[in-house]
Design a protein around this ligand. Structure first.
Ligand SMILES: [Zn+2]
Length: 132
């Protein structure tokens, strides 16, 4: 068995990851994010400034999930470049194709991910988690 994901699979996941990244960036550069950026260009006194950063905080908070996913997407694309995509960063065993289909930016295999989840909140985002 080949330990690394095959070339066709890599191409497949790279496409998914690039589309996901572009999708998040498009959404982040439209709507409220663009408004905040626009407001930054306007003159404001200190009162406005604190209001502004509060809005930014709210925005970032709302988009934290997307930002987290975007970071993980980018790091998965880097792993594709380095030829380590699909390999668990903890135990260096291949991550199952089924898991990669569900979470293409997964860094860990399921047993390692579960161990991480037990230790810390800083885990991979999985689609099943919808309890914020
Ligand atoms: Zn592992």
């Amino acid at each position: 068995m080949n330990r690394k994901a095959g070339k066709a699979a890599i191409t497949h996941f790279r496409k998914i990851l690039e589309e996901k990244g572009a999708d998040i960036r498009t959404r982040m550069s439209s709507g409220s994010f663009a408004e905040i950026v626009h407001r930054r260009g306007e003159p404001s006194d200190e009162g406005d400034l604190s209001q502004q950063s509060h809005e930014e905080w709210l925005f970032v908070n709302r988009n934290q999930l997307e930002i987290t996913v975007l970071k993980q997407v980018d790091s998965a694309l880097r792993r594709i470049e380095h030829g380590t995509f699909g390999i668990c960063q903890e135990c260096e065993e291949p991550i199952s194709a089924k898991r990669l289909e569900a979470v293409p930016w997964a860094r860990y295999c399921i047993p390692c991910q579960e161990r991480h989840n037990a230790l810390t909140d800083a885990s991979d985002i999985v689609f099943e988690e919808d309890d914020q």
